[in-house]
Design a protein around this ligand. Structure first.
Ligand code: CTP
Length: 481
């Protein structure tokens, strides 16, 4: 099979010329070949892996000299690799190698090898496909393990015995699951079984790498599929026990609750249809995380999970820390959405008071749209009528939000009277009464007792101050007056 038509990046011709001049064999291999066979030649390649029978670093240096532009080259001497950054593309060069692994490390002992050795050491048959760049065989596919057939059959399997591939580098188990959920492929049964057998080897992989793969799984079209496979192989229980604990259904007096793991995965897949935002997807994955810890059977009521949103939000920073996810605004965002994920549902069930809507707008700030997206994804009923009813209710909540926002400016609420203003008027130092008065003004605005305006807030301040025995010492002017 000749794939010269796929080699439309200028780099390939340059490598081909050098390969001929230097009498060295060169191939493009790995993700580029896989993805260009899957998507055709139209999509411009970003990451290109080149393997040469010789020194990858020397080849990279020659290629750089041949490009009539300034292109940065990074050499990793220890790994025998070099990377050229040319426009949007990152082109990595490596010499063909044979690898052998020790029990306790993902770092292989490396020797020079043939192309076959190099293909043998790769993770999956679909990633071991190589295309020749030498002029006499330019574009020819080298496919010793049936990778092309496996692409066609949508199958993930390893070039060698899977036990060896996964034991050598256990991260590949997560990579395989990632490719399955990204490409919609199935994992060949013996390969899947082997993942289960080697699951404990994941212990030699750093948390950063594990989480890197988890994030990539999260960003695929069907992340739920990835988590199901993680569970099936037993990897989930090791790398994410909190999620694994959502599994299962209990029964008391003939009453069951739903399987919270399957529900969560459905919510994740639902939200993946609406957003590519990694953190909104994390919020979906974690929204019910505290259900196992809050589960109770109450006679007369049935199964309850009271307060799971509060406890869940409290669990977020611990989970982020353990997974080495960033402990910054992203964590706070996920924590907030987990905490508030029931609020719109409550609003949609009751006769909605203005003040309840105002409080929601105040609490969620700029992330209101994301919260509504999460709530809509949280509808997983199989009954179409129920789904329609919930969606209609959420639409009513959305309309109510627009209406209230039109009237008041509650989003990113800035109180019309600040703590400094209160201290100035009553001539008092920073102290408890300042907080009490400030809070009373905020509550009065959110309850709709007074409008979100300076004059009304000023009057409220005087009233609250008076009740606390304070007297006016200084006058205060509205900004701009
Ligand atoms: N590879 C491997 N084992 C790993 C990582 C990578 O065998 N643990 C090999 C595979 O042949 C892979 C190639 O190195 O195709 C390049 O790796 P990488 O760039 O990480 O992945 P891609 O397959 O290119 O896919 P993606 O960029 O989508 O991750």
């Amino acid at each position: 099979m000749n794939l010269a038509g796929h080699l439309n990046h200028r780099i390939f011709q340059i490598i081909s010329n050098i390969a001929q001049r230097e009498n060295i064999q060169a191939f493009v291999i790995g993700g580029f070949v896989r993805d260009s066979l899957l998507t055709g030649s139209e999509i411009p390649p970003k990451d290109i892996d080149i393997v040469v029978l010789g020194s990858g670093i020397e080849m990279a240096e020659r290629v750089r000299q041949s490009i009539n532009e300034e292109v940065p080259l990074t050499v990793f001497k220890n790994f025998g690799t070099a990377m050229l950054k040319w426009g949007e593309s990152e082109i990595e060069f490596v010499g063909a190698r044979k690898e052998s692994y020790r029990k306790d490390s993902r770092k292989p002992l490396v020797e020079n090898g043939t192309l076959e050795d190099d293909q043998n050491r790769r993770d999956f048959t679909i990633n071991a496909l190589a295309i020749s760049l030498n002029p006499d065989s330019y574009g020819e596919l080298v496919d010793p393990f049936g990778g092309l057939k496996h692409l066609d059959e949508k199958l993930i399997t390893t070039p060698l015995d899977p036990g060896r591939t996964f034991s050598d580098d256990p991260l590949r188990m997560l990579r395989g699951i990632r490719f399955a959920s990204r490409l919609g492929f199935r994992i060949e049964p013996a390969t899947l079984t082997s993942m289960g057998q080697h699951r404990n080897r994941i212990g030699i992989v750093s948390q950063e790498r594990i989480t890197g793969e988890l994030n990539k799984i999260m960003l695929t079209r069907q992340p739920g599929k990835g988590f199901l496979l993680l569970d099936k192989t037993g990897l989930l229980e090791i790398i994410f026990p909190e999620l694994h604990q959502l599994k299962g259904v209990e029964e008391v007096d003939g009453q069951f609750h739903k399987d919270n793991f399957l529900h969560t995965l459905k919510v994740l897949d639902n939200i993946a249809l609406k957003t590519d935002d990694l953190w909104l997807r994390w919020a979906a994955l974690l929204h019910d995380i505290a259900k196992p810890r809050t589960k109770k059977f109450e006679s007369g009521t049935g199964w309850t999970f009271h307060g799971h949103e509060f406890l869940g939000s409290k669990m977020i920073s611990g989970i982020f820390k353990k997974l080495r996810l960033p402990l910054n605004d992203k964590m706070k965002y996920v924590r907030k959405l987990v905490l508030l994920h029931l609020r719109p549902i409550v609003l949609s069930q009751e006769i909605v008071s203005d003040s309840a809507v105002r409080r929601l707008i105040f609490d969620v700030g700029d992330d209101l749209e994301d919260l509504m997206t999460l709530c809509e994804a949280d509808i997983t009923s199989k009954n179409e009528k129920t789904v329609k009813k919930h969606l209609r209710n959420f639409q009513i909540v959305r309309e109510k939000i627009v209406e209230i926002e039109g009237k008041d400016s509650i989003r990113n609420f800035q109180p019309p009277i600040s703590g400094d203003d209160i201290r100035h008027v009553f001539g008092i130092p920073p102290s408890r009464p300042v907080g009490i008065i400030k809070n009373a003004i905020k509550e009065a605005i959110l309850d709709g007792e007074i409008p979100n305006e300076f004059e009304a807030a000023y009057r409220k301040m005087l009233e609250e101050g008076g009740a606390l025995g304070l007297t006016v010492q200084n006058k205060l002017k509205k900004d701009g007056d």
